[in-house]
Ligand binder design. Structure first.
Ligand code: NAP
Length: 247
């Protein structure tokens, strides 16, 4: 019996990286998964791979900055699978540059995708979950939101905001049987970090007590823990998945 047997989940930004790994780990644990991304072809490929492996998944295009598209993605899960038991707000982008050269657009798009996107996903999922009297929401923050990072004033602000959003939502929704938690990954090997200079990536790895970057599946397993009943008495929590970096 899988840890998410009979449950339905929406994962945003699931065409690749941590979102893709989360969708696949959830499906392997019995969840029916709505794989969403702004990149529909990528989401389609992930859903097809899950179905080919004997799981159940559908792909839906969802730009998390769009209220209508987030609402439609949640509705697709409810219509197709009957419930929305888990919502993972994972979609993300970076526009790293020091403030001297950061434009307002660089700031705004990062805030919109991460913070507005997670807020919309939390709000829309909660509408369905409150009717069910149960649900688990997992928001993907970042270690940058805890310690800050030069060149990431936009990203770190959004990721710290996700912690405040998650804790506030946990307080609002706990009495309705809805848990809200956040995950703060450290340096994880995904297409997002593949864009980093290799010497900087290698130097960061040396700083990590476990002496290596994490794999997307290692974050996905922490998300699974917060999504399933193993964490039934946890809400408003922030789980670091960092190999011990900047603890
Ligand atoms: P990734 O490989 O770049 O994947 C992110 C996915 O989100 C991509 O498929 C991307 O689509 C999608 N996306 C971007 N904008 C979107 C939007 N407006 N609506 C819906 N989907 C959108 O990144 P990742 O490394 O897996 O990161 C996943 C999450 O973990 C992010 O929130 C990130 O900030 C967080 N995180 C990552 C690390 C790390 O080291 N990798 C560390 C801490 C936190 P496109 O490819 O089409 O843009």
């Amino acid at each position: 019996m899988g840890l998410l047997e009979g449950r339905s989940a929406v994962v945003t930004g699931a065409a690749r990286g941590i979102g893709e790994a989360t969708a696949k780990v959830f499906a392997a644990q019995g969840a029916r998964v709505v794989v969403t991304d702004v990149d529909l072809a990528g989401a389609d490929a992930v859903a097809a791979a899950i179905n080919a492996d004997g799981g159940t998944a559908v792909a839906v295009r969802c730009d998390v900055t769009s209220e209508d598209e987030v609402r439609a993605a949640v509705a697709a899960c409810k219509d197709r699978f009957g419930t929305v038991d888990v919502m993972v707000n994972n979609a993300g982008i970076t526009r790293d540059v020091t403030m001297r050269r950061m434009t307002l657009d660089d700031y705004q798009i990062v805030m919109d995708v991460h913070l507005k996107g997670a807020w919309l996903g939390t709000r829309e999922a909660a509408v369905v979950m409150r009717e069910q009297g149960s649900g688990a929401i997992v928001n993907i923050s970042s270690l940058s939101g805890k310690v800050g990072n030069a060149g990431q004033t936009n990203y770190a602000a959004a990721k710290a905001g996700i912690v405040g959003l998650s804790k506030s939502a946990a307080k609002e929704l706990g009495h309705l049987g809805i848990r809200v938690n956040a995950v703060q990954p450290g340096l994880i090997r995904t297409p997002m970090t593949a864009a980093m200079r290799q010497d900087i990536f290698a130097a960061r790895e040396k700083d990590i007590p476990l002496q290596r970057a994490g794999e997307p599946e290692e974050v996905a397993k922490a998300v699974l823990f917060l999504a399933c009943d193993l964490s039934s008495y946890m809400t408003g929590g922030v789980l670091e998945v960092t190999g011990g970096r900047l603890m």
